[in-house]
Write a protein that binds this ligand. Structure first.
Ligand code: ATP
Length: 285
């Protein structure tokens, strides 16, 4: 039986700005997003009967309709009248509820994979539109690469990749709800904003140093305040010599970017002294 494999890489935000809260309750954002090679793996194959069965070695994620990969399969079946069954195995490696869009990336990989398994022949633009129905990070996860996102995060412009570098990610043992962080953000009272224009120009010029300088995330004002363990990781990465350090998404994962491999072990070991979940990855270019 045909098996389809897809990788679902983690996303990091090099920049996350909230411009304002809109009348419809959503936040108007500007984000620069890219991917790292820390990735979940999805295996998909036909199953007799008209059903979706999900399995995973990770004990702490839902395997029913609450799982975004399940929702992706269901949406595709409904929209294109597919009455075939599918078995999806999710090898989970991206930490959950970490600000790395693991669930969104799984949904994106499921949409890409099922398009192939069911030979639907959908163009990328249509898969992206389908993904937008599942979550505002999903279209970016389908497209991959590096993008400047606006609106709710679903209006995407692909941009060149930043210079290749190492990424050390550390997640403290706390769960942070994205909705909660946005709920606590006083979006219309922010006095300082990261500068998306400076990040875009640093990337276009291929200047690693200027990318480091332009890193910024307004959600740090909420998460760093409430969770001292996130600030502790950030301070530690800076002290250990990471070239640039930022919290990804709503947190709690903090990442450090490094141009030189020689610094990686020092930062990894320094963090592992007090934090269990530390990962080393490359930026995907
Ligand atoms: P984002 O940055 O987009 O907010 P995140 O990285 O913070 O995402 P996820 O790992 O996507 O968070 O998980 C958020 C919640 O979604 C979890 O509490 C989990 O129960 C649920 N979830 C649904 N599908 C998945 C999936 N495939 N993998 C992980 N979590 C999932």
């Amino acid at each position: 039986m045909t098996k389809i494999y897809e990788k679902a890489p983690a996303k990091i935000n090099l920049l996350l700005d909230v411009l304002r809260k809109r009348e419809d309750g959503y936040h108007e954002v500007e984000m620069v997003m890219t991917m790292v090679d820390l990735a979940d793996r999805l295996e998909m194959e036909e199953l007799p009967g008209d059903r979706i069965v999900l399995s995973s070695q990770a004990g702490f994620i839902p395997l029913d309709e609450k799982n975004l990969a399940f929702q992706a399969a269901r949406l595709m079946k409904e929209r294109y009248g597919v009455s075939r069954g599918v078995y999806i195995h999710l090898d989970k490696r991206i930490p959950v509820a970490a600000g790395l869009a693991g669930g969104s990336s799984d949904a994106a990989a499921a949409l890409r994979g099922l398009n192939r398994l069911w030979k639907l022949g959908l163009p990328q633009s249509e898969i992206e539109a389908l993904g937008a129905e599942l979550g505002s990070d999903v279209p970016f996860c389908i497209r991959g690469g590096t993008a400047f996102a606006r609106g709710r995060g679903e209006v995407l412009e692909s941009i060149p990749s930043p210079p290749q570098c190492w990424v050390v990610l550390a997640k403290p043992p706390i769960n942070v709800s994205t909705a909660d962080v946005y709920g606590k953000l006083r979006a219309n009272e922010l006095t300082s904003h990261p500068k998306a224009g400076e990040m875009l120009s640093a990337i276009r010029r291929g200047s690693f140093q200027d990318v480091c300088k332009a890193l910024g995330n307004v959600l740090e004002t909420v998460t760093l305040e409430r969770y001292p363990e996130v600030r502790q990781i950030k301070d530690c990465m800076i002290k250990l010599g990471a070239d640039g350090v930022l919290m990804s998404g709503s947190g709690p994962t903090v990442f450090g970017i490094l141009s030189k491999e020689t610094k990686v072990a020092r930062i990894y070991n320094g963090l592992r002294g007090f934090c269990k979940e530390v990962y080393v990855a490359r930026m995907l270019t």
